[in-house]
Design a protein around this ligand. Structure first.
Ligand code: DAH
Length: 430
């Protein structure tokens, strides 16, 4: 299965998966989006106006470019990272605690409330994502309209925060990507972005180049973060590519017998600093996915669990419970799973239509089945030279985290999926 990534500039295989100081102004931005009130507290002044504008515009519209489903729309006000007893909120706090202690009296500012509806400029151009980059396609990103998207990474806020005067900051927020469906992929997840800017005197006083300073500070800071989270653990730096940094790296840890990627980072491209009128300075930046780390640290087996209201899940998490590396911490213990229900569907792809993509199929199934869909997997594909057509067979795994599903219920869902496959994705059922 393929997913867009900022690493390669092209499609990337998902097998290599991928402090609490509220912003000063205390302004409460709130707006009604599609009849729902969305509160964004504590946004810095400069964004206030823009955020209000984006949130008052409707998010579910019939704009030809709009591909936000009801299901995704419902996630916009959930803010799991703001819940202090939720594993994502717990991990966010632990990471913020680390950054509250680093930075030699120059504190990091924490932004937790920046609205996820951003301009395509912020999401892509401001961080130098090439115009032909796969992540810009509507197959990978949720568009509200031609110029507005649901952010697909927290890097979308780098430039605006630098312009607003922030020099050391962490942004935590929900990010949105159209993607495949399985135990580790969910169309909404949470990221933390860190940025740290250095002044000429910082490197001059140490007699080293600006690049060397940013590079070594980046590495020591993030190695410290990994120790803060995992305790003493083997780690390694891997050269990587991101449009917004040069050099770029991934930091990996050796955990349970395998190397796992923890975060992406690098020295910020000078042109981003120049765009913020900070051309004489240097900076590092990093981004990490909270779900991925929380699944490792708390032993959470399925990404859908973060969204469950089941008390058997939520009762196991409490602010302050975290211990580095999980030592002495009661990790999540799975409660019994309800049985899965498998449904296969086979169809011919239309020869002259590009409507069908795997991401769009997953989006459709999510829209019909919500959290009841556990996995969508291509199990067979072949080309018939005689018909000059390609056939796909997908297996859907339906399973509830909370209860047993009845046959009738699953059949009804599957019927809707089949119907919409034909009417919306222009395939012919076999
Ligand atoms: N935005 C990247 C992603 O979503 C993560 C990332 C990598 C952020 C490197 C950064 C960075 O700030 O320097 O995949």
């Amino acid at each position: 299965m393929e997913r867009a990534s900022f690493r390669t500039g092209i499609i990337h295989s998902s097998t290599k998966n991928i402090a609490h100081r509220a912003a000063r102004s205390g302004i409460q931005a709130s707006a009604v989006a599609h009849g729902r009130r969305i509160n964004r507290e504590g946004m810095p002044n400069l964004f206030h106006f823009y955020q209000i504008l984006t949130f008052t515009s409707e998010i579910l519209t019939d704009d030809p470019k709009n591909n936000v489903s009801e299901y995704i729309y419902d996630k916009l006000d959930k803010n799991l990272h703001l819940l202090s007893d939720h594993p994502l909120g717990i991990l966010k706090t632990v990471i913020q605690e680390y950054f509250a202690r680093t930075g030699d009296n120059k504190p990091f500012t924490f932004y937790d409330n920046l609205a996820p509806v951003v301009s395509t400029y912020a999401n892509f151009d401001s961080v130098l994502v090439p115009v032909d980059h796969i992540s810009r396609s509507s197959n990978d990103t949720y568009y509200v309209n031609e110029n507005t998207v649901l952010r697909c990474h927290t890097s979308a806020h780098q430039l605006e925060l630098l312009k607003a005067g922030s020099r050391r900051f962490l942004v935590t927020g929900d990010v949105y990507r159209r993607d495949s469906i399985d135990a580790t992929h969910f169309p909404v997840f949470h990221q933390m972005e860190g940025v740290c800017v250095f002044e000429p005197e910082d490197w001059k006083s140490r007699g080293i180049s600006s690049l060397d300073l940013a590079n070594s500070e980046l590495k020591s800071t993030l190695e410290g973060l990994v120790r803060h989270l995992f305790g003493e653990i083997e780690m390694r730096w891997i050269d990587a590519y991101f449009p917004f940094t040069d050099p770029s790296y991934e930091l990996e840890i050796f955990f349970n017998g395998e190397w796992l990627e923890v975060l992406g980072c690098g020295v910020m491209q000078s042109s981003i600093l120049e765009a913020a009128s900070l051309g004489d300075k240097r900076a590092w930046a990093f981004g990490l996915g909270l779900e991925r780390l929380a699944m490792i640290l708390f032993n959470i087996p399925d990404i859908r669990l973060f969204w469950t209201n089941d008390s058997r899940f939520s009762n196991q998490f409490k602010a302050g419970m975290f211990r580095a590396g999980g030592l002495g911490m009661r990790k999540f213990s799975s409660y019994s799973k309800f049985p899965p229900c498998y449904k296969d569907v086979s169809f011919w792809l239309a020869k002259d239509s590009t409507r069908f993509t795997e991401n769009t199929l997953c989006e459709l199934v999510r829209d019909v089945a919500g959290n009841l869909i556990e996995e969508v997997k291509l199990i067979d594909e072949f080309y018939s030279p005689k018909l000059d057509q390609t056939s796909n067979c997908f297996r859907f795994t339906y399973r509830s985290m909370e209860r047993s599903l009845t046959d009738e219920e699953v059949n009804r869902l599957q019927e809707q999926v089949r119907h919409r496959l034909v009417s919306e994705l222009e395939v012919t059922l076999r």
